[in-house]
Write a protein that binds this ligand. Structure first.
Ligand SMILES: Cc1cc2nc3c(=O)[nH]c(=O)nc-3n(C[C@H](O)[C@H](O)[C@H](O)COP(=O)(O)O)c2cc1C
Length: 181
């Protein structure tokens, strides 16, 4: 049994990346799981908070579940061809204190997926994640190619439902990631 966890790098209720991740969690093979993590309670990183009151409870919980998980899925939006601050902020907090990076993140399999309104999906944002994940010595899964959802308004229905083509693509991608683990 493979236990994945994932977060979407958006705080929007109607986020297409939240919907993509939620759909992914429903498409796992029997016996495997993808637990969706909430990031709403993660404050903006501030070294003063860390120095004065330590790692926030919300971050401690995220670190614990990521450490236990067999792999991480990041559903990233794209802002101005890069990683939205909200998403980067989560991984920055998770990398604190630096002494915990090896235990929590080194060698952790990670898959990047993303949906955007643009023609290139989240290609630029995903490319921008690579040096971040490499710095943290995470094991980026590339075996399934890149998973983008361009012009996402065409693939998402009301209430975050996804169309059949995307469902099939996502199912195959997740199965490949699980297989690699
Ligand atoms: C500040 C900002 C910058 C954006 N830049 C891009 C971009 O570079 N490429 C793109 O495809 N979409 C861009 N978008 C549109 C997003 O893809 C779209 O808002 C998407 O719904 C955001 O993801 P979410 O629904 O998960 O929050 C941008 C949106 C915002 C608010």
């Amino acid at each position: 049994m493979v236990q994945l966890v994932g977060f979407a790098g958006s705080l929007r209720k109607a986020s297409i990346n939240k919907a993509l991740l939620q759909a992914a969690s429903g498409l796992m093979s029997a016996g495997d799981q993808l637990k969706v993590l909430a990031i709403d309670d993660v404050p903006l990183y501030n070294g003063d908070i860390e120095a004065e009151s330590g790692i926030p409870t919300s971050v401690v919980s995220l670190k614990a579940v990521i450490e236990r998980a067999d792999g991480l899925v990041i559903a990233t939006p794209e802002y101005n061809s890069g990683i939205p601050g909200v998403a980067k902020n989560v991984i920055d907090w998770i990398s604190r204190p630096a002494d915990d990076i090896a235990r929590v993140l080194h060698g952790k399999p990670v898959a990047l997926i993303g949906a955007s309104g643009g023609r290139f999906g989240t290609a630029s944002a995903q490319a921008a994640w690579l040096p971040v994940l490499r710095t943290l010595r995470m094991k980026v899964w590339v075996g399934g190619g890149s998973f983008f959802v361009p012009q996402a308004f065409k693939s998402f229905g009301p209430e975050g439902s996804i169309d059949e083509e995307l469902k099939q693509r996502l199912t195959a991608y997740l199965a490949g990631f699980v297989q690699s683990i």
